[in-house]
Write a protein that binds this ligand. Structure first.
Ligand code: NAP
Length: 313
C-alpha cells in the first residue's frame, strides 16, 4: 500500500480515540492529506495537546477536537450534537476508540464497559450521524475491529454484559495475574474484548446491508498487532500486553495504513468488507452470521434506547 494518502481537501473526518496510537496516526495522515479533522478523546487537555502537535507537524492543518467519554451514552449524544452543530458535512467517520478492562467495570449507563465503549458507542454515534453522512455521500464509515474477534465462536447473547460468564471477572488483580500467567487467552477481559470486536464486525456487515444504495459505505479493519497505549492501566494484563506489543508490534503509523486506505483511497468501493494489511480478508464464520447481526442490531437499539432510522429491507 502506498505510504502517501489520497488528497482529502474539502473533506471532513471524525476520528474517535485519536489522542494516541492508531487513531492519532490516522488523524495526522488525514490532516496531512488536507482533510478537516475532528478528533475525539476523553480529556480536553490531551485532545488539545494532540491538536497542537498535529497542527505543528502539518504546518497548520485544520484540526479540532471534541472531548467526550464514549463509555457514556449521554456523552456520545453530546458529541454527535456538538459535531452536527459545528459541521454541515461528514465524509469519513472512523470509529477507532477502544479498550479492554482487566477487571469488570460498568459504564454510567450500567452496561459492561468493554461492550459500552467498543460496540455501543460506535453503534450509537454512527446512527446519530447517519443523516449528516448521507447528506455528504459518497461518504465512508470505518470501524476498527480486530482479528481478536476470531477468539470467540459466537456472540454471547445469553450474557452480553458478561455478568455470569466468568465469576472471577472483576474480582481481583491477583486473579487477573494468575490468568495472565496460566491461560491468558481465557482471561475474561480478553474474552469480553473478543466479543466486542466480533460485535464490531456484525455491526459493520449489518450496517453495510442497510446502507446499500445510499452512497454511504461501512467497512471494518484489523490494524495489525500495534505497539500503542492499548492495555495501559490494566495491571498485569496491561503490562504483558504492552510488553508483547513493544517487542512484536508494528508502529501506530503502520497500523493506521489499512484504516487510511479504507477512509481515503478512491480505489476502494467496498461496502461490508473486512480489511487487513491493505486487502480484503475473510472474517470468522460467527461474524458472517446474518441472523446474529440482526439480533445484535436489535439488542444494541434496546441498550442505547435508539430506534435507528435504517430498517432491514
Ligand atoms: N493495538 C493493537 O494491537 C490493536 C489490534 C487490533 C485492534 N486494535 C483496536 O484499535 C483501536 C485503537 O487502539 P490503539 O492500539 O490505538 O489503543 P490506544 O493507544 O490505547 O488508543 C486508544 C484511544 O481510544 C481513546 N479512548 C479510550 N477510552 C475512551 C473513552 N472512554 N472515550 C473516548 N475515547 C477513549 C483513547 O483516548 P483517551 O485515553 O485520551 O481518552 C485513545 O485515544 C481499538 O479499537 C483497538 O481495539 C488495536
Amino acid at each position: 500500500m502506498a505510504e502517501s494518502v489520497s488528497p482529502m481537501t474539502g473533506k471532513t473526518c471524525l476520528v474517535t480515540g485519536a489522542t494516541s496510537g492508531i487513531g492519532r496516526a490516522t488523524a495526522l495522515k488525514l490532516a496531512r492529506a488536507g482533510a478537516r479533522v475532528v478528533i475525539v478523546g476523553r480529556s480536553a487537555e490531551r485532545c488539545g495537546a494532540v491538536v497542537e502537535s498535529i497542527r505543528r507537524e502539518t504546518g497548520g492543518a485544520e484540526v479540532e477536537y471534541i472531548a467526550a467519554d464514549l463509555g457514556s451514552q449521554a456523552e456520545v449524544r453530546r458529541l454527535a450534537a456538538e459535531f452536527v452543530g459545528r459541521h454541515s458535512r461528514l465524509d469519513v467517520l472512523i470509529n477507532n476508540a477502544g479498550a479492554l478492562f482487566a477487571l469488570r467495570r460498568e459504564s454510567k449507563d450500567g452496561i459492561e464497559l468493554t461492550l459500552a465503549l467498543n460496540h455501543l458507542a460506535p453503534f450509537l454515534l454512527t446512527n446519530l450521524l447517519l443523516e449528516t453522512l448521507q447528506k455528504s455521500a459518497p461518504s465512508r464509515i470505518v470501524n476498527v475491529s480486530s482479528d481478536a474477534h476470531q477468539d470467540v465462536k459466537a456472540f454471547d447473547f445469553d450474557d452480553p454484559l458478561a455478568r455470569h460468564r466468568r465469576p472471577q471477572y472483576g474480582q481481583s488483580e491477583l486473579m487477573s495475574l494468575g490468568m495472565c500467567l496460566t491461560m491468558p487467552w481465557a482471561h475474561p477481559a480478553v474474552v469480553q474484548y473478543a466479543q466486542t470486536k466480533l460485535a464490531n464486525l456484525l455491526f459493520t456487515y449489518e450496517l453495510a446491508r442497510r446502507l446499500d444504495g445510499t452512497g454511504v459505505t461501512a467497512n471494518a479493519v484489523h490494524p495489525g498487532f500495534v505497539s500503542s497505549n492499548f492495555g495501559a492501566g490494566n495491571g498485569s494484563l496491561g503490562f504483558f500486553m504492552r510488553l508483547w506489543s513493544r517487542v512484536f508490534g508494528i508502529s501506530a503509523a503502520a497500523g493506521a495504513k489499512s484504516v487510511l486506505e479504507l477512509a481515503c483511497s478512491p480505489g476502494v468501493r467496498a461496502n461490508g468488507q473486512y480489511y487487513s494489511h491493505g486487502k480484503v480478508v475473510s472474517s470468522s464464520p460467527a461474524s458472517n452470521d446474518q441472523a446474529a447481526a440482526e439480533r445484535l442490531w436489535t439488542l444494541s437499539e434496546e441498550l442505547t434506547s435508539i430506534r435507528g432510522e435504517l430498517r432491514p429491507e
